[in-house]
Design a protein around this ligand. Structure first.
Ligand SMILES: *Cc1c(COP(=O)(O)O)cnc(C)c1O
Length: 424
């Protein structure tokens, strides 16, 4: 298939350079199975959504059952059991103190909701604040609002004129964490700052940059001291990726607002939630209709997606998922170890189940299309990896086996050799 034979415009795809090669006809565990019957190892969990594995039986069963009872239901004026129950159960497992759950349908949307909640909170208290602080190198989504909060670059250059101004604190580079904290403290003194939004522990799309939990903990303390809200965007880091159910847990904090999506249904259906502390909900509670939280997506709290979310939560409750996550973490570090001090790579790193390593530049301009060449190499070997520039990373579903990982890291070794010798 190519762009001239299909009307489909694929995401993040330059159709003149990257062929959309095959149709996937089935998924199973850690694999995508294409129309030729080839089994492709999904080492990036289909863009970070699949947690336990593709088509986890309990989740698919819950979806089948929900379709006997529901389709979309308007979520104003009415509610439904899957949404009520999922909200109750979420409150029990997220960091303590979050009290309300607002439903939406994608990571970008739940971040938009978070930003609107933060501004609405200050607006309704009669002390309007409009400034949002962000961490350099972050990614929060692809809508205009979330791109504004994310790193500026080639991905959003065309829309620059529409992006609103944010205050940026530096990424907490090892040894220079204090600069990040000082920069944030400085911003907080300005009194116009509404919130800081961060990806806790790992900046995903920005290149799998990892920083220690203690920095997050300190950022929360500074925010709290100045009455600034902390938004944790756990759209990627949630659901076990960093070794704990949520990354915020490792910092021992409760964010004022928490964004969850991707793995919330185990990756089976689109769903997102924005959770908040009571003060934020209460600031919108009034007989004055002007204080209403005016946000909705057509597919808010889709009952079938909520049922999938509930089934996912029950897997976490009933099965040793954290143990699986920890086993995967150990297998990943064993495999990664051989690349430490390897001259072909730098910044060999890991956070929980996620590993990443930078392919070293040989000459300027070299990195420009290294991602494309690597991607093609892995594709030829039936492995789905999509490097972010020169950053190779693995974010496998939790059902991946030791053997599959061994084979994958051998391929990385091979790819690096080919790049070195100019054969790739
Ligand atoms: C993927 C991602 C988003 C956006 O989610 P979508 O569902 O793609 O809109 C937001 N924040 C983070 C940290 C993400 O990784």
């Amino acid at each position: 298939m190519n762009y001239s034979s299909s009307p489909v415009w694929h995401p993040f795809t330059q159709h003149l350079l990257e062929p959309v090669t095959k149709k996937i006809t089935r998924t199973e565990g850690a694999y995508l199975i294409d129309e030729d019957g080839r089994q492709i190892l999904d080492l990036i969990s289909s863009w970070w959504v699949i947690t336990h594995g593709h088509r986890t039986p309990q989740i698919m069963q819950a979806i089948r059952e929900a379709t006997e009872q529901y389709d979309q239901i308007i979520f104003a004026e009415y509610s439904h059991e899957p949404a009520e129950q999922l909200a109750q159960e979420l409150i029990r497992i997220v960091p303590h103190g979050l009290s309300h759950v607002f439903y939406s349908d994608s990571g970008s949307t739940c971040v938009e909701v978070a930003l609107k909640m933060a501004l609405g909170y200050f607006h309704n208290r009669g002390e309007p604040r409009f400034k949002i602080a962000v961490m350099a190198g972050s990614y929060h989504g692809d809508t205009i609002g979330t791109m504004s909060a994310g790193e500026r670059g080639v991905f959003n250059a065309a829309y620059g004129a529409l992006l609103y101004d944010v205050a940026t604190i530096p990424f907490p580079v090892e040894g220079r964490e204090q600069q990040t904290l000082d920069a944030f403290e400085q911003l907080c003194r300005g009194r116009d700052l509404a919130a800081l939004i961060v990806e806790p522990l790992v900046l995903g799309a920005g290149g799998m940059k990892i920083y220690p939990a203690v920095v997050l903990r300190q950022l929360k303390a500074i925010a709290e001291a100045h009455g600034v809200l902390l938004i944790c965007d756990e759209v990627m880091t949630g659901w076990g990726r960093t070794g704990t159910l949520f990354a915020s847990e490792q910092a021992g904090i409760t964010p004022d607002i928490l964004c969850l999506s991707k793995g919330i249904t185990g990756g089976a259906l689109p769903l997102a939630v924005t959770l908040c502390v009571p003060e934020i909900f209460e600031a919108h509670l009034s007989t004055d209709r002007g204080r209403t939280f005016y946000h909705s997506s057509s597919y808010t709290a889709n009952p079938i997606a909520c049922a999938a979310g509930l089934a996912n939560l029950h897997i976490w409750r009933d099965e040793p998922v954290l143990q699986r996550v920890q086993n995967l973490q150990v297998m990943q570090s064993c495999e990664l170890a051989r690349f430490k001090n390897d001259p072909r790579f730098e910044n060999v790193r890991q956070c929980g189940t996620i590993t990443a390593l930078d392919v070293k530049a040989q000459s300027s301009g070299y990195l420009s299309n290294v991602a494309l060449r690597l991607k093609a190499f892995f594709r030829a070997h039936d492995v789905l990896l999509r490097p972010l520039g020169n950053v190779l990373y693995l974010m496998p579903p939790y059902c991946v086996t030791e053997q599959e990982l061994q084979r994958s890291y051998q391929l990385i070794d091979q790819a690096a050799d080919l790049l070195q010798s100019g054969k790739l």
